[in-house]
Write a protein that binds this ligand. Structure first.
Ligand code: GRG
Length: 284
């Protein structure tokens, strides 16, 4: 299977899992369930659940029983996008090529959709009956992880160290938790879990540097979200701090480390290295 075929097949499985496990749109009160489905089912690369599935697969697991647990990561990611787009934060009206959830359903429902998705995610994660797996994900998105990164981003920064703190926490920790979750679900050895963590940290940081580069290189239509926001908001980004060429070089260095760790993990079906390349070479 080529990487494109692999990503398309896994995306289809994740989309089907999300559709089948989210409450039907007529569940009372229907507005919240319609809005949750609008937020989650409207596209997206599904990279976090795919990374968890790919990690579990590389460590020898059968993936079908793990789809619900891995898809919980997409609920968490979507909650962060819905809340990030709210007027109090980024105040954005375009996401995944469509109007943002609060623009369609109103701000109050936008807030509650995020809350409901986060809660639903932990109900799905609990199906793994694996307390360590739940703890790893919770820690990654806590005030010492994703939320902390978002707060540091709001406060702004002026140097590379602050920028790396924001990117590691806001983006890389959930990506690292995704691959670690896959390893834990597959009962992987400590050595493999450690390699998955290093893979997640390097591929996760590269993911956000590429996001910074795309924000200034691509159009809103190509990205499906508002482009050029970082510069407009005077945000600290990798290209702003070190220039485009150095930022690309840093992505290449991180990719090399991610691929080395993917190779350590091994396994007969291991798409982690090509997924890291895709993360670094993507155009949206
Ligand atoms: C506001 C709760 C809250 C958290 C804020 C993750 C985050 C932290 C905010 C979301 C906005 C943002 C710029 C996040 C950085 C991570 C990132 C690059 C998100 C976009 O992820 P993709 O490219 O999006 O995977 P798709 O649409 O493909 O799922």
């Amino acid at each position: 299977m080529t990487l494109e075929e692999y990503l398309a097949a896994r995306r289809k499985q994740v989309d089907r899992t999300l559709d089948e496990n989210l409450s039907p749109p007529d569940t009372p009160p229907s507005v919240i369930h319609q809005a949750m489905r609008y937020a989650v089912l409207g596209g997206g690369k599904r990279i976090r659940p795919i990374l968890a599935i790919a990690a579990a697969e590389a460590c020898g697991a059968q993936i079908e029983p793990l789809l619900v647990v891995c898809s919980a990561l997409e609920l968490i990611h979507t909650y962060s996008l819905v809340h990030d787009d709210l007027p109090a934060l980024d105040n954005d009206d375009l996401r995944r090529g469509r109007k943002t959830t609060h623009v369609v359903y109103g701000e109050a429902i936008g807030i509650l959709v995020g809350d409901a998705l986060l809660t639903e995610a932990f109900a799905w994660l609990a199906r793994a009956r694996n307390v360590r797996a739940i703890e790893i994900v919770a820690e990654a998105i806590s005030s010492r992880g994703m939320i902390g990164g978002q707060v540091a981003d709001l406060e702004g920064g002026s140097n590379l160290q602050q920028l790396e703190f924001i990117h590691m926490n806001k983006t890389a920790k959930l990506i690292t938790a995704s691959v670690t979750l896959g390893g834990l679900l597959a009962d992987a050895s400590q050595d493999r879990i450690a390699a998955l963590q290093r893979y997640g940290e390097t591929a996760g940081l590269a993911f956000q540097i590429v996001d910074d580069l795309l924000d200034q290189e691509q159009t809103s239509a190509e990205l499906g979200k508002t482009a050029g926001k970082d510069a407009a908001q005077g945000k600290l980004t990798y290209p702003a701090v070190m220039g485009v060429a150095e930022a690309r070089k840093r992505v290449d260095e991180l990719l090399k480390m991610a691929v080395e760790n993917a190779d350590i993990i091994g396994g007969p079906v291991n798409y982690l290295a090509p997924i890291a390349r895709y993360i670094c070479e993507r155009r949206s």
